[in-house]
Design a protein around this ligand. Sequence first.
Ligand SMILES: *Cc1c(COP(=O)(O)O)cnc(C)c1O
Length: 395
Amino acid sequence: MYKSFQTHLSEQLSEIRNNGLYKNERIITSPQNAVIRVAGGKEVINFCANNYLGLSNHPALKKAATQILDERGYGMSSVRFICGTQDLHKTLEKTISDYFGTEDTILYAACFDANGGVFEPLLSEEDAIISDALNHASIIDGVRLCKAQRYRYANADMEDLEEQLKKAQAQRFRLIVTDGVFSMDGNVAPLDKIHALAEKYNAMILVDESHSAGVVGKTGGGVTEIYDLRGEIEIITGTLGKAFGGAIGGFTTGRKEIIDLLRQRSRPYLFSNSIPPMVAAAGIKAFEILKEDNSLQDKLHSNTDYFISQMKAAGFDIKPTQSAICAVMLYDAKLSQDVAARLSDEGIYVTGFYYPVVPKGQARIRVQLSAAHQTAHLDKCIEAFIKVGKEFGVI
Ligand SMILES: *Cc1c(COP(=O)(O)O)cnc(C)c1O
């Protein structure tokens, strides 16, 4: 059998290669940080990690993790409800509830699992899910596992959402689902308007705060903070794999009964391993640091503002963003790859995105800012963009 299957796979792989879509992993040989060492020994300034607050290699998180590694061991070897729950897991859940102003929280191995396990236990054929067209893959997969009727609205398009809500009046319960920040443009979901429509058409809301929590809002509280909707949103999902230390782990937080039912029925929670104690401990530490003051968020926001204003002044076309994601628009797919490669020669680590990750003719370089960046890092990046941009006639 395998011989013919092998041919079948090889054909698909060639097609991926021929379309220029083959993904190679880029090897890093240092900790995750503003400056990283890549295979071959070269040092580059990193602008493509989700290390928004610079916590991925933070001494206090490493200390919390190593201390608990010694005290509580390496792994749990169990799912949560059999023998995989330490007090640390409960403390982390409580800490996350406090951070978002929610009633209860359930941890998962990743936000991919949180989204994979949130819809199916809560909704059935009689219900409706109304989902933004640009929602994350894990939301799309989670919705596929659920029997609810599916409606889709164009990205952040409130007229379309209203249309879909009207159609969904036929169902029993309605859940609007949106990313907090959309990862390709960096735009924030208009949660105030979504909330008003939810009130008008009797719907609930799920916000995935993976790219927004820790990043947007005055204290990094996410989109619910921007729109003063803390405690008003039924379900929030998020990750510990981005702003909050970048290791692993996801969560669903929100109304008490929702979380309680997820503990009974959510399959990635019931049938997958507990996060390691050291990850739970470092997670608790991350939220502790953020509670002390706003210095990391302030640094991130000022870095983002500085970078964007300098890039615009240099003549680059920057997508409007409200987050730490800055899309430098080049429109042409090949150009985005060539510019990214030249920036890499200049010691600037960025990623070029093109179709099908973004719409055709919307190729870009995505720059992600971090509180770990110093002004000198930003200046080097801007200088390199100007140099390479001139070479390619972009500016
Ligand atoms: C990154 C991301 C996820 C996945 O998070 P993991 O914890 O890495 O699985 C889910 N949703 C959104 C919107 C994301 O950006």
